[in-house]
Structures are given as structure tokens and as C-alpha cells.
Write a protein that binds this ligand. Structure first.
Ligand code: NAD
Length: 363
């Protein structure tokens, strides 16, 4: 079986951390006998420099043709002040999300034992935490019509509209239910059904699907209570599914439970293709970090954990995904740290040394 992957390293630290993910791919080929057909292309500032656009249409098409896409980060200070929006590197990721209809964003918040002290919460509250937030990303109040700022009765009024269709709720809930089946079997759906009609429909649809997933224990929670519970007792959750707006806030909140941006992977999934696989893009949560680019200081762990998610969710290589996660855990247990997660007594290593250490731990 050959798996087709498209790598889009992007800008800043993107290519540096992608290099470390490639070491893991190479190890999987050599030691696990897995065959990857890997192609690579430009996105972001790197693509504007070469092709005058943040992402070419044939790159978007290529994303549909592969089993999964691994994305680094985009953004470069030289394009910060550009007048034309279509020449901004960040447009690459927005265009990919839109054109590929990537409607479900998966953000795990996992706390590695060795880093439980890096969280802003007490370590006993987060030690062993392993939750996943599934956020709907293509509908809701960020996209609903009508929208705008209008003049009414002598003053301006700002308007946004929160809408969800049944099918928009159903497709993201399906992903959340399936994930729950692959994890601890607990799904919590969050909305504000007490004050929002779209929330009422959300609850009704998610509840109506539960007989299709008998192994999953479903609960519902108002999103404001969800925010409180996430900082009060985060380990009560396994998978959380929620809409675009609440997911934006709750996933950022949950990410802080883990302590560092350099450790956070993510996935965005789109519709199922004819081969039954989702269109899928995996990327670290962080950006291109121009302040440390080219200095060997970037933490490659978020990128390598994004690859682990790719192995698990797109290629169904659960064992290999677990091996990669375990290798990251081992390296952290040994006290090896890039500068962003260093403590006074830890040994600070470079991006490539961290990648090498993770590959060594895989052996
Ligand atoms: P950022 O995530 O790039 O950096 C924020 C801070 O975290 C910086 O101090 C950076 O050095 C540090 N950091 C980030 N990743 C790290 C890693 N792996 N290891 C060690 N330290 C790390 O966010 P920003 O500074 O707001 O944005 C920089 C550029 O990235 C901008 O052009 C922005 O538009 C872009 N951006 C892109 C994406 C994306 O590609 N999906 C996401 C966010 C920001």
C-alpha cells in the first residue's frame, strides 16, 4: 500500500520543522516498511515570491488528489503591509480551507507528564489531560448573511447572522461521534440552546444521531458552562463538539491548558472523497514565527504531532501514530527541551537535535 502525501512547508520556521517531520516519515519507510509517495510545493510568501499568488490552483487541486496534506505555516513580515489582500501569504490557508470545504477543525489538548508544570493551571488538574475539540469552521456567525454595518435611526448598527443548517450540524457531529468511538467513547456537545435557536437545532440534531453510535456516551453542555468546566475540571472531557464561534474561543482556552504553542497539532477535515477518505490538512496551531526563523530555535513537536494525527486519522496507521506520540513523550521525559519549553535545569537543544532525538526514541 502506497500513501500519497503532499507537503506544504510554507514560510519562516515552516520549512525547518517540516524537515524534522520528514525524518520521521523516512524512519517509517525504513523501519516499518510503509511506502509514501511524497510531493512538495510552495505556499504563502514562498509561493508569492515565485508565482505571484499565495497558493496556485493546481496546488489546491493536488490537495484533493492525495491521502493527506501536511502544512507548515505561512506569513512573512515583508508582506505585512501589502496593500492588496490577494498578495498576503496568510490567504493561502484561508483559500485552502474554503476551496477544500474543510469544515471540521480538530484540536487536541494533551498534557505530557513532563510538562504538567508548564500549564497555567495546577499540575494535578491537567496532568494526564487528553481531550479533543472538534470545531465547525465553515458556517455560523462568521459567515452568515446578512452582515455589515448599516445606518439605522440616526446611528450605525453592526450586523452578523448566526445560521446553521441541519446538514452543516450533522456532518461535523458525524466526525465528532466517529472520533469518540476511536477514543474514550465520551462526547460532549456545547452550544447555547437556552438562548439561541441555532443552538436548539444543534442540540436536537446531535441528540438525534446518538442511536447510530451506541458505544458513545453523549452529553450536552451550555458553552459558557463549558468554558468554566474546562478550567475547573478539564479531565472530565474526552471529545467536545461545538460551533464555529464557541469553538474558536474554547479551543484557544483548551490550548493554554497545555502550556506551549510549540506543542499543539491540529487537523482540518473536509468532505469524504470517492475512496471514503476525508480531504484532510494537518498543521501545527502556531504560525511562521519570523522572530526565530532560521536560527534552529523552533520546536518541531507540534509539526511531528500533526504528522501523528495524519497517520491516525487519514491513513488509519494507529500503531505508528502511537509510536510517534510515545517517542515525543520519551524525549520530553528525558528532559530534552527546545528553548520555548526550557526550564532552568533542562538541556536546551536545537530544532534538528529535537527531531533527531525523536527519531532515536522511535528505534
Ligand atoms: P506565531 O505562532 O508565529 O508566533 C507567536 C510566538 O510563539 C512567537 O514568539 C514565536 O517565536 C513563538 N513560536 C511559535 N511557534 C513556535 C515553535 N514551533 N517553537 C518555538 N516558538 C514558537 O504567531 P505570530 O507571531 O502572531 O505570527 C507570525 C506570522 O505567522 C504572521 O505572519 C501570522 O499571520 C502567521 N500565522 C500563520 C498561521 C498559519 O500558517 N496557520 C497561524 C498563525 C499565524
Amino acid at each position: 500500500m502506497t500513501y500519497k502525501l503532499l507537503l506544504l512547508p510554507g514560510d519562516g520556521i515552516g520549512p525547518e520543522i517540516m524537515m524534522e517531520a520528514k525524518k520521521v516519515l523516512l524512519w517509517l519507510e525504513k523501519k516499518q516498511g510503509i511506502t509514501f509517495e511524497i510531493s512538495e510545493d510552495l505556499v504563502g510568501a514562498a509561493s508569492i515570491d515565485q508565482h505571484n499568488v499565495p497558493v496556485r490552483d493546481d496546488v489546491v487541486e493536488a490537495c484533493r488528489q492525495v491521502d493527506a496534506v501536511l502544512f507548515g505555516a505561512v506569513g512573512h513580515p515583508k508582506y505585512d503591509g501589502v496593500e492588496y489582500y490577494d498578495r498576503r501569504p496568510e490567504l493561502a490557508i484561508l483559500k485552502l480551507r474554503k476551496e477544500l470545504d474543510l469544515f471540521a477543525n480538530l484540536r487536541p489538548a494533551k498534557v505530557f507528564g513532563a510538562l504538567a508544570n508548564a500549564s497555567s493551571l495546577k499540575s494535578d488538574l491537567v496532568s494526564g489531560l487528553d481531550l479533543m475539540i472538534v470545531r465547525e469552521t465553515t458556517a455560523g456567525v462568521y459567515f452568515g448573511e446578512p452582515r455589515g454595518i448599516e445606518q439605522r435611526d440616526g446611528q450605525r448598527i453592526g450586523i452578523n447572522t448566526h445560521t446553521y443548517t441541519e446538514s452543516e450540524i450533522k456532518r461535523v457531529a458525524e466526525i465528532a461521534y466517529s472520533l469518540s468511538e476511536q477514543r474514550a467513547g465520551k462526547l460532549c456537545s456545547m452550544e447555547k440552546a437556552n438562548v439561541m435557536d441555532a443552538g436548539k437545532l444543534w442540540r436536537e440534531i446531535v441528540e438525534g444521531m446518538k442511536s447510530d453510535y451506541p458505544q458513545v456516551e453523549l452529553s450536552h453542555m451550555y458553552a459558557d458552562n463549558g468554558a468554566m468546566q474546562l478550567v475547573r475540571q478539564p479531565k472530565q472531557f474526552d471529545v467536545i463538539v461545538t460551533d464555529n464561534l464557541f469553538g474558536d474561543l474554547l479551543s484557544d482556552l483548551a490550548s493554554q491548558l497545555t502550556g506551549s504553542l510549540g506543542l499543539l497539532p491540529s487537523a482540518t477535515l473536509g468532505p469524504k472523497k470517492s475512496d471514503g477518505k476525508f480531504v484532510a490538512l494537518y498543521e501545527p496551531v502556531h504560525g511562521s514565527a519570523p522572530d526565530i526563523a532560521g536560527q534552529g530555535k523552533a520546536n518541531p513537536i507540534a509539526m511531528i504531532l500533526s504528522l501523528a494525527m495524519l497517520l491516525k486519522y487519514s491513513l488509519k496507521l494507529d500503531k505508528e501514530a502511537e509510536m510517534v506520540e510515545k517517542a515525543v513523550e520519551n524525549v520530553l521525559d528525558k528532559g530534552l527541551r527546545t528553548a520555548d519549553i526550557a526550564t532552568p535545569d533542562s538541556k536546551v537543544i536545537s530544532t534538528s537535535e529535537m527531531g533527531d532525538a525523536i527519531v532515536t526514541a522511535l528505534n
